[in-house]
Design a protein around this ligand. Structure first.
Ligand code: R5P
Length: 240
């Protein structure tokens, strides 16, 4: 999954200023796009056949308290846009924890009526420790309350305990830009340790060669390619 929804709270993120020029050429290499309805309507041509995970929570910006989100897309619009899933941010431990959990459970209830699953996205506040204990707590709560699958960050120590204690599929979120080999290693480990796939944004569109990077990530996820082999692929495609 290629994540390009960052603008919903942080505006034109580095690498996403021109989605039409810089992101559309990458779409052919992704299974799924994660984005907002504004970008889907205004930029993505109807010929794109990749499945769409639509960002449906929102209402805050980086200038304010991020956990204070609401559901920001009507169910009818998700149906009209033919999305395959709806993504809702869940802020376990955040100031508006309860509100964000209820946003998710509402989407699970409404989406289930129409056969559209909900992806819970575990958002980690600045003051929280990104460790296995936190991610086990956050992912399990989302699963227990009905999320069909869950996006969460990779951690070096104990990620396999997060995937093992969560009864629904886990998708690894990419996080901040890393050197390409490190990002490929993270994706490889996540999949080997139980993630069903990855949802990467900045590590792809902020790469020196986004087209090469998305193909390298695809090789790790789909072909179980090692990080070293995938990095070779990255270098080859980049230099073509
Ligand atoms: C951020 O809030 C969005 O949910 C992104 O889709 C998610 O963080 C994945 O993007 P990145 O790999 O850049 O972290």
């Amino acid at each position: 999954m290629l994540a390009v929804d960052h603008g919903y709270f942080q505006g034109p993120t580095t690498g996403l200023e021109r989605i039409d020029i810089n992101i559309l050429p990458l779409v052919q290499h992704a299974d799924t796009l994660m984005l907002t309805r504004g970008i889907l309507r205004s930029i993505v041509p109807s010929s794109v056949s990749q499945s769409i995970v639509l960002r449906v929570s929102g209402g805050t910006s980086i200038l304010k308290e991020l956990s204070n989100e609401e559901i920001a897309v009507d169910m009818e619009d998700s149906i009209r846009l033919n999305v395959c899933a709806m993504a809702v941010q869940v802020f376990i431990g955040g100031e508006y924890e309860r509100q964000s959990i209820i946003n998710m459970t509402k989407m699970v209830d409404i989406g289930t009526r129409y056969g559209i699953p909900t992806l819970a996205v575990t958002a980690v506040g600045k003051d929280m420790t990104r460790d296995a204990r936190y991610f086990r707590l956050a992912t399990r709560i989302c699963a227990e309350l009905g999320a069909h699958y869950i996006k969460t960050y990779y951690i070096e120590d104990g990620f396999e305990t997060v995937t093992a204690s969560c009864p629904v599929p886990i998708v690894m979120a990419g996080g901040k830009k890393l050197p390409e080999l490190d990002a490929l290693t993270m994706a490889y480990r996540a999949v080997q340790e139980g993630a069903s796939g990855v949802d990467m944004g900045r590590n792809i569109f902020q790469s020196e060669s986004p087209a090469a990077m998305i193909q390298a990530v695809k090789a790790v996820v789909h072909d179980n390619e090692t990080p070293e082999k995938a990095f070779e692929l990255y270098t080859t495609v980049k230099n073509e």
